[in-house]
Every structure is written in C-alpha cells, then in structure tokens.
Design a binder for this molecule. Sequence first.
Ligand code: HEM
Length: 156
Amino acid sequence: MPEQNVPTLYEWLGGIEALDRLSTRFYERVKSDALLGPVFAHMDAGHPAHVAAFLGEVLGGPTTYSEQHGGHPHMIRQHLNRHLSQEQRRQWVNLLLDTADELKLPDDPEFRSALVGYLEWGSRLAVLNSQPGASAEENAPMPKWGWGEVKGPYQG
Ligand code: HEM
C-alpha cells in the first residue's frame, strides 16, 4: 500500500468523536471500579475530553493537547507522586480495552495490536512517572504512535 494512502490510527478509529465517546464511557466505568474509583475520585469534569485529545494527538490526529492543554509535560505532571501500582495500571488498560469492545471500535488485528502496544507503553510510563523522585522534563516531546511492525491497516 503506498504510504500516502495509509490512514493514521486516529483516522482508522474514527477521529475525535470516537475518542470522546471512548474516554467518556471509560471514565464512567473507572469511577465505579473498586480498584480505580478512589484513584480518580477528584478528577475534574474536563478529564475525559483532555485524555481523548491527548490520545488523539499521540495516534496521529490534531495537536490540540499540545496547543491547548500543556502538552506532554503537563500530562506527566498529572501522574507525579500518585504512587500508581501495576495492579491499578493493568486494570486501567483492561477497562479501556473492555470499553473499546463495548463501543465497537475497530477490532482488526492490526489496529488492536497497535492500540495495545501504545497502552502498555504509555501506562507503564504513567506508573514510572508516579513513583517517588520522578520529575517532568519541561521539553518532553509528545509521543507518536503508528501501525508499527504490522506495517499497515487491515485489508481483509
Ligand atoms: C497510556 C496511558 C495513559 C495516558 C495516555 C494518560 C493520560 C492522562 C492525561 C492526558 C492526564 C491529564 C489530563 C488533563 O490534562 O486534565 C492524566 C491524568 C491522570 N491520570 Fe493518566 N494516563 C495514562 C495512564 C494512567 C494510569 C494507568 C493511571 C492510573 C492507574 C492514570 C491516572 C491518572 C490520574 C489519577 C490523573 C489525574 C486525574 C485528575 O485528578 O484530574 N493514568 N492522564
């Protein structure tokens, strides 16, 4: 497939509308989850939309999070000193993937392996950044995630 015809992961999953739906439903589930509910007890009402914008930018969409929400350093700062555990991280990833299934996000092998790859990477960084002594690098660039080793979207 010529490179210019390959959609970004952001386009493939349905753009910001799909990410907003995913994030909104995900944090509804998070709030009523025994393990994660307390971690997000004080999250502000804009949190799901901010996370949707962040994910969108990472997955190849518009640079809204960098332009309007403080970029990667701000995201890192939000995780500092939260002492997140691997158990909480795993539940976060599980619930996000359950929500992707519930909302029928694309479930082809190429897309889902790329999504899981990013969630594993990003959530492990969140845990590392939440440990004592971690700090936010002021110029931390926004991560970018693409199709990876599978070399392109599902073709049937
Ligand atoms: C790929 C993985 C992750 C991404 C992309 C992500 C993204 C974000 C972003 C963008 C924010 C800041 C939102 C804003 O600007 O208002 C944030 C805050 C936060 N994140 Fe994460 N996060 C990830 C993993 C996790 C995990 C695994 C946990 C816990 C188990 C977690 C817990 C939190 C908490 C508690 C906040 C602050 C919420 C508040 O009180 O406002 N994050 N995250």
